[in-house]
Design a protein. Structure first.
Length: 113
């Protein structure tokens, strides 16, 4: 099953983990056959939030939610169950400085099925 591990960090810890440390863990997941994708994100100052209401598109600079921790990146992994996904998430280096949200990915239901 696919799980998305969302990495959240506050501004003080945004650069706490060097890319080399995250890349090494990502390679470990690749070698174990668990990695599907992973990418860091640029800071929230580069974000644009899009909302559509009554056919009108509205843009906001930055993320819309007001929170201390911001989405910093993600790991999309393949794990047999939630417990295995949690173990993977616990190894993600930024978990020592922020938090990792683990969510199962559901298949998009399209067509007549």
């Amino acid at each position: 099953m696919k799980y998305l591990c969302l990495v959240y960090l506050d501004a003080a810890h945004w650069s706490a983990c060097p890319d080399t440390e995250c890349a090494a863990y990502a390679q470990h997941l690749v070698d174990s056959g668990r990695m599907l994708a992973a990418e860091p994100l640029h800071g929230t100052h580069t974000a644009t939030t899009v909302r559509v209401r009554n056919g009108e598109v509205t843009l906001f600079d930055g993320p819309f939610a007001e929170t201390r921790e911001m989405l910093a990146g993600f790991y999309l992994v393949d794990a047999p169950d939630l417990n295995a996904a949690i173990q993977i998430a616990a190894g993600i280096p930024p978990a020592k400085h922020g938090s990792i949200e683990v969510r199962p990915v559901r298949e998009l239901q399209v067509g007549g099925g």
